[in-house]
Design a protein around this ligand. Structure first.
Ligand code: BG6
Length: 478
């Protein structure tokens, strides 16, 4: 059990965002109910709408009642949480409006410790991050204006920038206002129990790591599939597309976790060193190479979604064959596929091993049929399966695939916390292991920028809703 974080105020920019409604307020509320937040804390929502504190509390309640009605059963618990919610109207671009925020933060609570430690959360589109950070600095809410013995930190939602250049610019601006150890670039995938378990699986067991290389592994397949569309995030998706929304962060972080070298020790810097090194080793995408390794798609009916241009060429699907040019992985394909409105909602990593040198038990296809696999299912089931061949009972010697399975649900009594619970607490405590360091952000953007450039104006292929993506993915996977 970790220690309670310091008394602090959490300031959420983008208080009316989908993320705030679906993840931030519910997670903070549950953390409060479980007694994981400090005894004294405040949460200040910041947004453009003109609302009183009370109207804001009602809005948060309404959203939670719609999205998670069962979580509101403890009425007294919610009342106590709600009393810690405050609201300040700020037009993010208007510097002078930040004075009202400062006043609320410095004077509002009347309790010095609460207003001394400030955790800013930017749940806003990437383009707004630089202006918000500059304006915080302007009114003295950055780290430089912080008295000794207290702290100011900032969590920045993904995507961090829109490309390599804007990510660097954003970093320069944030770096002038906050020290690196106070900057938390969040990718909530890194807070998932099953994602954190990838490293444990690889490095706490002696039997897998010796096989985890090009001598034994034929391919690695990473799938992040969602059976639903962009919901009401048309405006965001038109700006982002799947490459920025999922490939640059969640997918490449999974790839890095499954392929990285063992870290020197289990510290934030050592682990992040190895991830950065891995991302740096990914083969560069030239136009010729991308033509054979990248398929982008858009689901049928995307144009009719709210806030989507009728002729939009934004991708809602990507399948990419990556290669990692290092000693361990040279020439092993990493097939990474992610998309919206696919056949199923599932995130998994499948490591497929090479066939044994002799196929005694024919027929010829029996090797690929029952090739050994390690299947790390990240969600919705939280399982690890090992697939191997076994003799089918009977006279003939025929091999069938069978599975050995570990399931979090049946093996552990504890229910894991959700990523936002964990990462909010990590940021309050200053633990950076599960946040992305700037070098990794840049390597990931360099990859995605090169893919975008290589693909150019080539429009994405249309795919039917609830399929596994465009037709040409088959060619890619061979
Ligand atoms: C978010 C993306 O980062 O992750 C969404 O913006 C996506 O498009 C979501 O749906 C998936 O996260 P999870 O944890 O719900 O699978």
């Amino acid at each position: 059990m970790r220690l309670k974080p310091d008394t602090c105020t959490i300031i959420i920019f983008g208080a009316h965002s989908d993320l705030a409604a679906r993840k931030l307020f519910p997670s903070l509320y549950e953390l409060a109910l479980w007694g994981h937040l400090p005894d004294e804390y405040r949460i200040v929502g910041v947004g453009r709408a003109a609302l009183s504190h009370e109207e804001f509390r009602v809005k948060v309640h309404e959203k939670m009642a719609t999205l998670f009605p069962e979580s509101l059963q403890d009425e007294a618990g919610f009342r106590s949480f709600s009393a810690r919610l405050f609201y300040v109207r700020v037009d993010f671009a208007q510097c002078e409006e930040y004075h009202a925020l400062k006043k609320e933060l410095m004077e509002g609570s009347g309790e010095s410790a609460v207003c001394r430690n400030l955790l800013f959360y930017l749940a806003t589109p990437p383009a707004l991050a630089p202006v918000i950070v500059r304006n915080l600095q302007h009114v003295g809410l950055g780290e430089r204006g912080c008295s000794s013995g207290s702290w100011r930190k900032i969590i920045v939602e993904k995507p961090y920038g829109r490309n390599l250049q804007t990510a660097r610019e954003l970093n320069t601006i944030i770096g002038e206002v906050f020290h690196e150890e106070r900057i938390f670039r969040i990718d909530h995938y890194l807070g998932k129990e099953t994602v954190q378990n990838i490293m444990v699986f690889r490095f706490s067991n002696g039997i897998f790591e010796p096989l985890w290389n090009r001598q034994n592994i034929a391919s690695v397949t990473i799938t992040i599939a969602e059976a639903f569309g962009i919901r009401d995030r048309g405006a965001f998706y038109e700006e982002a597309g799947l490459l920025r929304d999922i490939m640059q962060n969640h997918a490449l972080q999974l790839l890095a976790s499954v392929a990285m070298e063992p870290p020197v020790d289990f510290s934030a810097e050592s682990v992040r060193d190895e991830k950065a090194k891995l991302l740096r080793s990914i083969r560069h995408f030239t136009p010729e190479y991308a033509a054979q390794t990248v398929v982008l798609g858009q689901y049928e009916g995307y144009h009719s979604e709210k806030n989507v241009a009728p002729d939009s060429t934004v991708e809602t699907f990507a399948a990419i064959k990556f290669f990692v040019d290092n000693w361990r992985w040279k020439d092993v394909p990493f097939y990474v596929k992610a998309g919206k409105n696919l056949a199923e909602t599932v995130t998994e990593i499948v490591i497929t091993f090479k066939c044994p040198p002799q196929n005694y038990f024919g027929p010829a296809e029996s090797c690929s049929y029952s090739a050994n696999q390690v299947i790390l299912r990240i969600q919705p089931e939280e399982t690890i399966a090992i697939k191997f061949g076994a003799k089918r009972p009977g006279e003939a010697v025929i091999t069938d695939p069978v599975y050995m399975k570990f399931d979090y649900k049946t093996s552990f009594a504890e229910v894991g916390v959700t990523p936002y619970h964990r990462l909010l607490l990590d940021a309050m405590a200053g633990e950076q292991m599960n946040f992305i360091r700037q070098d990794s952000v840049e390597y990931s953007w360099a990859i995605v920028d090169a893919i975008r450039e290589a693909v150019g104006d080539h429009p994405p292929e249309t795919y039917p809703i609830h399929s596994w993506g465009p037709q040409s993915v088959e060619d890619l996977y061979g």
